[in-house]
Design a protein around this ligand. Structure first.
Ligand code: DGJ
Length: 740
């Protein structure tokens, strides 16, 4: 058991692999946060009570104790209205109109392993010995409510999963106005904060700046975790980098509105918190009901951002992604979107399938435009019947023909949306999110279905089930192409309208849970105009996400680099597309496009029927190479070597568990004349072992170059001189004993 309870002092000491997290119930009842950092012994003599010191203008809730003030004390689940003027973790309005509560420690429970959440995505275990859980029950007797704080600590990883459950034990309804998942108070403010920001086509760029006094926060109010922000935040030692310095990170297992924040107060302490965005959020809790917050994943590293990412990657591969896909190699895809857009028919698709099969592709994914009268993006979302003019043999007939060619068959859907020009909208105008009598805002000519309504979610489950049963479908690309506006739901009473966006997420999760459990052999890929919903919530159901609609290899450098901070390569899909690139207009070498896409779940997004012989040869070579590299990329350790946000280049590498094989990539942006000789130091190798180093020859295949020591490769590095515009180079490393 990695959880130590000092019952006398009501002190709780949680140990993860190499990290401790400590809090205590103070005599007046509230939970004070004492410590989160490198592992220390439970009896290491920790005493943080010196933090409790009388301060002017800091109110004292206990009349005979001038030392204690919520304004000063580090809190575990901060309350509002009793003297803590920082951002609270929760706020609950009682039936008398007040929003003051006093959560006092009542009891604790220890659980082996980790309980599963119902209705929300969550981390889970195969083996209960991988983690232990502590539940702390706090009580506000006057308000008649309890809050249960759950802490799961992993034995092999420096990670903690937190969530809160609010129960109404009173006879009157309560209104939750804020319920964050985790909040931690640090005793200093000497931090940089890192967040992942962007826009459509520019997702998850890394932003880093010094934390200043006041509130620094990032969030989404868009009804989705969004392209614009990711539910991730890290506080980093200002001198820290990829390999050095302490890092404290939080990631929310949720796909809707969120806030991630860091607040520096008057005494230079920092409060870090994450949870559902309180903006326009409320939840009415009837007597006897409970509200469960999403889970927050807390990761600590004392060896920089690299170790933080390694922990997230392990957690998400082993404890988040669904079976059987978390352990399964992901296939190489040809998606017809950028090859044909809406302009395809069965014959054209079969031509694509023939050329894809000949080059070694494993799945053909048919994208948007196969249903209703959808020949552009203005119509037919909601009319999920096949367009027989384009596909005379229907979806099952097409899939049969694709299967006959030795390929698996994938299909695009966008079940959360409806086009105003559709039979569905004509039949059920009330099924979209809307406010009665108020005009509706369109996004990409479409409306958002009201997934807070059970009849809508039942309908999605029904038609998707039929499609998956009858269609011979191996792979689903689940898209979502606009954000919410006029987010009202007709079935809910006025006082419950602020619940709509969270109820939408619960409805979506219900649908995804049902479908992915019913069809575990179908590989689901998440997508929201690219990476607009790239979050742990989605990864729980759909083990990979289309990383960005921007398929330009150079633009992808920052996108994939930023994404890798929290998410493993096996969670990302990346495709080689045509040049000039359809989004950026840039022409890059096929080799560069290949290497960038090969650093994730690999595929193509171009017209295979138009390839020259040289391109066919190069692509067949890439596919062979990826099949060899696939276990390394999808299950190996990932290291960021050169940051494309700061330099003219990018570099990264993958190393297998044994450290016997590695794949290294370097991409140049612009050629430099008279540039210094530059080196790229590798990581993660065995310093005492030699490696055979292979480089790509003119034909793109690996050719033996030299034998080097792991120590030399890590300390002296590889020479990366003379890059051309958008040029790239890759190396494959192997212990000599592993060569067949
Ligand atoms: C947005 C996706 O990100 C694209 O890949 C493509 O599927 C289109 N939607 C289709 O409408």
């Amino acid at each position: 058991m990695a959880i130590y309870v000092d019952a006398g002092r009501k002190r709780f000491h949680l140990d993860a692999s190499n990290m401790s997290y400590i809090f205590e119930a103070l005599p007046q009842g509230n939970l004070a946060h004492w410590y989160w950092g490198p592992k220390i012994r439970p009896d290491a003599g920790l005493d943080r009570r010196a933090l409790l010191t009388p301060r002017a203008f800091s109110p004292n809730p206990v009349s005979n104790d001038e030392r204690f003030s919520f304004d000063v004390a580090p809190q575990e689940y901060p309350t509002w209205g009793r003297g803590d003027y920082r951002s609270p973790a929760y706020q609950i309005r009682l039936s008398d109109g007040s929003a003051i509560t006093d959560l006092a420690f009542r009891e604790h429970r220890l659980l082996p392993g980790k309980p599963r959440l119902s209705g929300l995505p969550h981390l889970w275990l195969d083996n209960p010995l991988d983690a232990d859980t502590l539940v702390i029950v706090l009580e506000d007797t006057l308000g008649g409510m309890t809050v249960e704080l759950s802490y799961t600590v992993f034995s092999q990883l420096n990670a903690l999963v937190r969530s809160a459950t609010i129960h109404n034990h009173s006879q009157m309804p309560l209104t939750i106005e804020r319920a964050l998942s985790a909040s931690v108070d640090f005793s200093h403010a000497d931090w940089d904060w890192i967040r992942l920001t962007g826009a459509w086509g520019r997702e998850r760029h890394v932003q880093r700046s010094a934390l200043a006094h006041g509130l620094s926060s990032l969030g989404s109010r868009r009804g989705a975790s969004s392209h614009q922000a990711n539910p991730f935040i890290a506080l980093v030692d200002p001198k820290g980098d990829e390999t050095t310095g302490r890092v404290y990170a939080m990631n929310l297992v949720y796909s809707g509105n969120f806030v991630a924040m860091a607040e520096v107060d008057q005494f230079d302490t920092t409060r870090m918190a994450i949870g559902i965005h309180p903006f326009q959020f409320q939840w009415r809790l009837e007597p006897g009901e409970s509200f469960q917050t999403p889970e927050a994943v807390l990761v600590f590293s004392d060896a920089g951002l690299g170790q933080m990412s390694e922990t997230f990657h392990h957690l998400y591969r082993d404890h988040l992604m669904p079976e059987p896909w978390r352990r399964r190699e992901r296939p190489i895809v040809l998606n017809n979107w950028e090859a044909t857009y809406f302009d395809f028919n069965q014959e054209r698709l079969l031509d694509l399938a023939d050329s894809a099969a000949a080059l070694g592709v494993e799945v053909l994914v048919l994208d948007d435009g196969w249903f209703g009268a959808r020949n552009d993006d203005r119509t037919s979302l909601g009319d999920w019947t096949v367009n027989l003019k384009k596909l005379p043999d229907g979806i099952s007939g097409l899939s049969q023909k694709i299967h006959q060619r030795g390929l698996k068959f994938g299909l695009w859907v966008e079940p959360e949306m409806v086009s105003p020009q559709s039979d569905l909208y004509r039949r059920h105008p009330e099924w979209c999110l809307h406010i009665p009598n108020r005009s509706l805002s369109l996004g990409r000519h479409q409306l958002v279905l009201d997934l807070a309504r059970p009849d809508v979610t039942d309908w999605i489950i029904a038609w998707m089930t039929e499609l998956l049963k009858e269609g011979g479908i191996d792979y689903i690309k689940w898209d979502m192409n606009r954000h919410m506006t006029e987010a009202g739901s007709e079935l809910l009473p006025p006082e419950r309208q602020p619940e709509v966006q969270h109820r939408y997420m619960l409805g979506l999760y219900r649908v995804l849970d049902h479908l992915t459990r019913s069809f575990p052999e179908v590989l689901f890929e998440g997508c929201s105009g690219g990476g607009g919903r790239f979050d742990p919530g989605m990864l729980y159901y759909m083990p990979q996400t289309w990383t960005s609609d921007n398929s330009d290899a150079i633009e992808r450098l920052c996108i994939q680099y930023g994404t890798s901070l929290a998410y493993p390569a096996i969670a990302m899909t990346a495709h080689v597309s045509a040049v000039p690139n359809h989004q950026a207009g840039r022409t890059t070498p096929l080799n560069t496009r290949g290497l960038v896409a090969m650093s994730a779940n690999f595929g193509y997004e171009l017209d295979f029927t138009q390839l020259s012989d040289a391109e066919k040869q190069a692509i067949s070579q890439q596919i062979t190479m990826y099949k060899q590299l696939r276990p390394l990329v999808q299950f190996g350790a990932f290291y960021r070597l050169i940051d494309p946000h700061e330099t003219n280049a990018a570099g990264w590498m993958f190393v297998d568990d044994k450290r016997s094989r590695a794949f290294v990539v370097w991409v140049n942006r612009l050629a430099e004349v008279g540039a210094p000789v530059r080196w790229m130091c590798l990581r993660g190798l065995s310093p005492e072992r030699d490696y055979d180093v292979f480089v790509q020859g003119a034909e793109g295949a690996w050719e033996f170059s030299c034998r080097r020591g792991g120590d030399g490769l890590m300390e002296l590095g590889l020479n990366r001189q003379y890059g051309s515009d958008f040029g790239a180079k890759s190396w494959y490393l192997q212990w000599p004993s592993e060569r067949s």
